[in-house]
Structures are given as structure tokens and as C-alpha cells.
Design a protein around this ligand. Structure first.
Ligand code: UD1
Ligand code: MG
Length: 488
């Protein structure tokens, strides 16, 4: 039997350790750094998705700052992860030390990845691990040549180019600071001897912390082989330490997401103003117009046109639907339906196929059946509308009596007049009509016309009597004179 390089490669078990215990001071935020979101996922979520792609035997997440919140996100994205609590001893080296202790008696390779690397992908980490195994390394570090290495630990090599050590920027000499090859924050260590070397980490540095980066020199001193492996693209290891880097990372990830959809057959008219979360799905021949944000579990079926100026959160858009200048959350828009411009779809809105939610319309918990329309200036809440019904312009469901919310039920093929109020709970039967201005307080039976507006009275001469000399009075007098002249 021949052993393929791949099976030889995977022969040694791999554990992944994600470092997520830091304070993230430079973010100046009440929220822990690794929970800041990019493309709809916390940074830690991106890292865990990539790490799980390696199919490691074990995965550990080191937590401390906002422990419970970070732990919850870790388990959401990697339910099999073990959570390791870092104690009060600070530093990335200490974080790894507690993780290695928690993983014991694990033997093999440990791949360590900083939790603030949202772009790091499975392939990059796998390539580092492969290189580490194939070259028999004891410790391997992913590096990158940065256009601006500010903040990164610098990769110090000797004249021959052999990797010597990593020096943190704060501890670097002016010459070392000129080095543009930086530490990417992803490492692989053989477990053999690792615990002992971790114990040897000191705190003689500007921050007084135990640095993971010092393991490199310790490993070399102990006769181990250390590797510095440059990443193909510096962007993959662009870390996020402050809000400027957060925005840069979001831009970069969005560019990649937009491009992926474009190559899959989606027209994105203006990639710069279109923001699409990593979790969104979009069918072929969808067109996304400028200033549109598609968030979380939003799903858009083939041929739909979305935007401009539209934000959809957890919203489904059916095939061929049109959604224009709309804000929607937890809504379902049927195939061929027409929404907007200026529509506000709140949670629980379900618009059937071929239906319409038009201009200046707000809906909430509203099921509007196929081919039914709410075209203009309305609020429809806690309501069910059947099929092929039309709700007149400027209709409001009065669903809240100050204490309870009540439901409105409108049947199929109903025609309601403009400027109605449906005072819930109330039911309007199939095929019923209501007159303009009706306040519907009682159920309307199928096929009936409901009207409850008082008959109109015209009080002749009221303007001349009560507003003499006004523009209205003189204009009216002129109109009346003209009328009299016309009468033979
Ligand atoms: C670190 C590296 C630096 C490298 C850079 C790459 C060290 C000492 N420096 O710097 O060489 O160029 O990443 O992005 O490692 N963390 C813990 N426990 C701690 C401290 C940090 O778990 O006690 C976690 C943080 O949550 C974070 C990660 O480790 O996810 C890196 O910490 P951070 O403070 O961002 O290190 P950098 O200054 O970026
Ligand atoms: Mg960092």
C-alpha cells in the first residue's frame, strides 16, 4: 500500500487553539474586540468557521474578557469547542499555556490563531500546517510582508535569511522597526516539549506580558526547527486592533463577498455602496441596485431586483420580486411581488405571490395573500388579508387598545375604500366592500358594503357670512356671479 502525502500529512493529530481572551483596549469599546462584527458575523465567528474547516481533532477557545458573551459566541459557531479560561496572568503566551494544559494529554500539533483575524481562511492555515509537517518543524509562524507593518511583531532573520525570532514593535530597535515582514498571528507548534518551553516564557518586555512570540527564540535555543512561512497575500492576516482596522477589514470582506456573488451571476450595480453579509444567499440574475444592505439570513431568489436604498434583515425575497427603497426585517416577500418605494416591513410580514406593499406603507405581523395589495399610505398590523384583495389608500389597522393587541381579518376579493380605520378585533368577509372614510368597528359580512360616515350637509353662504372679505369669500362670490351670468 502506498501512503499518499495527504494521509501521511494528516497522520499526526491536530488541535486548534483560538486566542480570544484579550481586552481589546485599542477598540475603546464596551464590547469585547472579538465580538465586533464584520459582514454579519463576529470576528471570532469568522475565525472559528475557518478553523473548523481544518477538521481538527480538538478545538479550544481561550476566554477571559467578557467571558460569558465570548463563550456563547464560540459555542454558537463551534459547539464542539472546549472553553479555556485564562487567569489574570496576561499575554498571548499565557493564553496558549492554559490551552495546552486544558488539552492535555493531547499529542500532535497545535495550530494557534489569534481571534482578531477575520480574513484568515482554512486554506492558508492548512498550507502552514502542511509546511510545518513536511519540513519537520518544531514551531512555524505565518508571516506577511505588510505595506504598513505598524503594530505587528517583526520577523527577525539572519544574513542568510534564517528565521531567528519575533520582536514586538514596542520592544524593537529602530532598525528592527524598519523590517516589513510581520508576524501574522497564526502558528503551529509540536506538542512535544511545548509545555516546558511555555513555562520558560518571561515577562521582560514593554508590556510585562508573557508573549507567544517569544516561543520562537526559545524553540531555536532548545535546538528545534523554526519556520517563518510568508502568506501569499498580506490581507489574509490583517488583524483588527482598532476601529480603523475594523472598517478596513469590513470593506475588504465585503469586496470579496460582492465579487463572489457577481461571479455567481448576480448584477451588483455599485459594489461600493452594496453591503452583503457572509450569510446571505442570492440566486442567479438577481440585480442589486446601489445603497443596499443585505443582512443575516436574507435570501433572494432568482431574477429579483432589490434596491436602490434598501435594507433587508433576515428577509426572504421570492423569484422575480421587486423591492425598492425598502426597510424589511424578518419578512417574506412572495414571488413576483412588488414592494416600495418607501415601505417598512416589520417582523412577521408575509406578502404572497404577486402582492403589493406600496408607498409609505408600514406592516407588522401581517399576512397579505397572493395578489392582494396595500398600495398607499397605510399601517397594517396584526392582520391577515386573503387573496386578490385591495386595501384602500390611507388605511390604518387600529390594533392596539392601549393594553392588548387585537387581530384584523380581511377575506379574499375584498375592496376597501380610502381612509378607513379597521378597529380590531374585526373581520371583513370575502368579497365585501367598504366606503371611503369608513371606521370599521363591526364585522362586515361577505358581500356587504360597509359605510358609517355621516351624510354630508352643505351650508350655503357660510363663507360669505362667517369670513366676509377674505380671498375665499371674494373668489366664491366671483364664481357665483359667473354662474348667475351663465343662467339665462
Ligand atoms: C499579536 C502578536 C504580534 C502579531 C499580531 C498579529 C503577540 C505578543 N503579538 O499582536 O506579533 O504581529 O498579533 O495580528 O502575540 N489574547 C489572549 N490573551 C491575552 C492577550 C491576547 O487571548 O492575554 C488574544 C486576543 O484576544 C487576540 C489575540 O490574542 O485575539 C492577539 O492579541 P492582540 O492584543 O490583538 O495582539 P497584537 O498586539 O495584535
Ligand atoms: Mg491583534
Amino acid at each position: 500500500m502506498t501512503i499518499s502525502p495527504q494521509s501521511a500529512f494528516t497522520g499526526r493529530p491536530l488541535a486548534v487553539v483560538v486566542l480570544a481572551a484579550g481586552q481589546g483596549t485599542r477598540m475603546r469599546s464596551a464590547r469585547p474586540k472579538v465580538l465586533h462584527e464584520i459582514a454579519g458575523l463576529p470576528m471570532l465567528g469568522h475565525v472559528l468557521v475557518a478553523a473548523r474547516g481544518l477538521r481538527p481533532a480538538r478545538i479550544a477557545v481561550v476566554v477571559r474578557q467578557d467571558r460569558d458573551a465570548v463563550a456563547a459566541v464560540a459555542l454558537e459557531h463551534a459547539p464542539e469547542a472546549i472553553l479555556v479560561d485564562q487567569d489574570e496572568v496576561p499575554g498571548t503566551g499565557r493564553a496558549l499555556e492554559v490551552a495546552v494544559a486544558a488539552l492535555a494529554p493531547f499529542e500532535g500539533d497545535v495550530l494557534v490563531v489569534n481571534g482578531d483575524l477575520p480574513h484568515v481562511d482554512t486554506d492558508t492555515m492548512r498550507a502552514l500546517h502542511q509546511e510545518h509537517v513536511l519540513r519537520g518543524a518544531t514551531a512555524s509562524v505565518l508571516t506577511a510582508v505588510f505595506a504598513d507593518p505598524t503594530g505587528a511583531g517583526r520577523i527577525v532573520r539572519d544574513r542568510e535569511g534564517s528565521f531567528l525570532r519575533i520582536v514586538e514593535e514596542r520592544d524593537a530597535s529602530p532598525e528592527e522597526r524598519r523590517i516589513v515582514e510581520g508576524n501574522g498571528g497564526v502558528y503551529v507548534f509540536r506538542t512535544a516539549g511545548l509545555g516546558r518551553r511555555l513555562e520558560g516564557l518571561g515577562t521582560a518586555n514593554a508590556q510585562g506580558e508573557r508573549y507567544i512570540t517569544d516561543l520562537v527564540a526559545l524553540t531555536r535555543d532548545a535546538g528545534g526547527t523554526v519556520l517563518a512561512v510568508p502568506a501569499a497575500d498580506e490581507g489574509v492576516v490583517a488583524g483588527v486592533n482598532d476601529r480603523v482596522q475594523l472598517a478596513t477589514a469590513a470593506r475588504r470582506m465585503n469586496d470579496a463577498i460582492v465579487r463572489r456573488h457577481q461571479l455567481a451571476g448576480v448584477t451588483v450595480v455599485d459594489p461600493l455602496t452594496t453591503w452583503i453579509d457572509a450569510t446571505v444567499t442570492i440566486g442567479e440574475d438577481v440585480e442589486i441596485r446601489p445603497n443596499t444592505q443585505l443582512q443575516r439570513a436574507t435570501a433572494i431568489e432568482r431574477g429579483a431586483v432589490v434596491g436602490p436604498d434598501t435594507t433587508l434583515l433576515d428577509t426572504e425575497v421570492g423569484e422575480g420580486a421587486r423591492v425598492n427603497r425598502t426597510d424589511a426585517t424578518l419578512a417574506v416577500i412572495g414571488a413576483g411581488a412588488d414592494v416600495g418605494p418607501f415601505a417598512y416591513l416589520r417582523p412577521g410580514t408575509r406578502l404572497g405571490a404577486g402582492g403589493k406593499i406600496g408607498t409609505f406603507v408600514e406592516t407588522k405581523n401581517a399576512v397579505i395573500g397572493a395578489s392582494s395589495k396595500v398600495p398607499h399610505l397605510s399601517y397594517i398590523g396584526d392582520t391577515e388579508v386573503g387573496e386578490r384583495s385591495n386595501i384602500g389608500a390611507n388605511t390604518i389597522t387600529a390594533n392596539y387598545d392601549g393594553v392588548h393587541k387585537h387581530r384584523t381579518t380581511v377575506g379574499s376579493a375584498v375592496r376597501t375604500g380610502s381612509h378607513n380605520v379597521f378597529v380590531a378585533p374585526v373581520t371583513i368577509g370575502d368579497g365585501a366592500y367598504t366606503g371611503a372614510g369608513t371606521v370599521v368597528r363591526k364585522d362586515v359580512p361577505a358581500g356587504s358594503l360597509a359605510v358609517n360616515v355621516a351624510p354630508q350637509r352643505n351650508i350655503e353662504g357660510w363663507v360669505e357670512q362667517h369670513r366676509p372679505g377674505t380671498d375665499a369669500a371674494t373668489t366664491a362670490a366671483r364664481a357665483q356671479g359667473a354662474q348667475q351670468e351663465d343662467t339665462p
